[in-house]
Design a protein around this ligand. Structure first.
Ligand SMILES: O=C(O)c1cc(=O)[nH]c(=O)n1[C@@H]1O[C@H](COP(=O)(O)O)[C@@H](O)[C@H]1O
Length: 237
């Protein structure tokens, strides 16, 4: 199992809530030794940087998932602001292109500290399926993911967000040190919701994923801690 520091599992729990109170109440039920947490667009827009700081003060590594996608100057400065917040991981869209990703890499390298977040590029959202891509005039998901992930690696990213359906292909092509962060994780019995390219937790790890981003199957479970522990157990067997 891939893990760093004290965290003993690859699970990142998505705290997709509309208030900081709800997110912090969930965090209080979780254990920073068992998982990391993700702050995304809904929570950050309603609660701001303070919720990140509060989660950090509870001992959690925070993945700031704002999927920056803009011109190189704007995106890189947003990434620098995330680094100032001391987040563990931050992401941008790979489709912002090489110059955008390189600007983000450069600004973190100039900032140059041991507190630099992992810089991750989103390839193709796990909610997208073939028909969605066709409608946009885009190629098959596996081809597009491979192209964007290769560009992300060349542009100095530390890894990509992809579906665990693509993890095996990307690990083989891009090597073990390039991190694969995979949402769209669903235990066998769970609803797929709006996700399309889904994989079970154990299969995702078998495919080569480094981190599993999991929201609703944990946060909307009757007992979130039991749901998290059950998932971690399936990874150990
Ligand atoms: O970057 C992400 O985290 C992300 C990328 C992606 O392709 N798909 C995706 O679902 N996510 C995020 O991962 C989380 C998945 O949540 P659940 O579908 O509830 O498990 C959400 O917070 C999404 O914003």
């Amino acid at each position: 199992m891939i893990c760093e520091g004290l965290v003993k599992s690859p699970v990142i729990v998505a705290l997709d809530y509309d208030t900081p109170q709800k997110a912090l109440a969930m965090a209080d039920r979780l254990d920073p030794q068992l998982c990391r947490v993700k702050v995304g667009k809904e929570l950050f827009t309603s609660a701001g940087p303070q919720v990140v700081e509060k989660l950090q003060s509870k001992g959690f590594d925070v993945f700031l998932d704002l999927k920056f996608h803009d011109i190189p100057n704007t995106t890189s400065k947003a990434v620098a602001a995330a680094a100032q917040l001391g987040v563990w991981m931050v992401n941008v869209h790979a489709s912002g292109g090489r110059r955008m990703m390189e600007a983000c890499r450069n600004i973190l390298d100039q900032h140059g500290s041991d507190r630099s977040p992992l810089l991750i590029a989103v390839t193709v959202l796990t909610s997208m399926e073939q028909t969605d891509l066709e409608e946009l005039g885009l190629p098959r998901s596996d081809q597009l993911v491979m192209k964007l992930a290769s560009l992300a690696r060349e542009s100095g990213m530390d890894g990509v967000v992809c579906s665990a359906q693509e993890s095996k292909m990307l690990k083989q092509a891009l090597g073990s040190s390039f991190s694969l962060v995979t949402p769209g994780i669903r235990p066998a019995e769970a609803a797929s919701d709006d996700q399309r390219r889904i994989v079970t937790p154990a299969q995702a790890m078998a495919n080569g994923s480094d981190y599993l981003v999991i929201g609703r199957p944990i946060t909307q479970a009757a007992d979130p801690i039991v749901a998290l522990q059950n998932i971690i157990t399936t990874l150990q067997s």
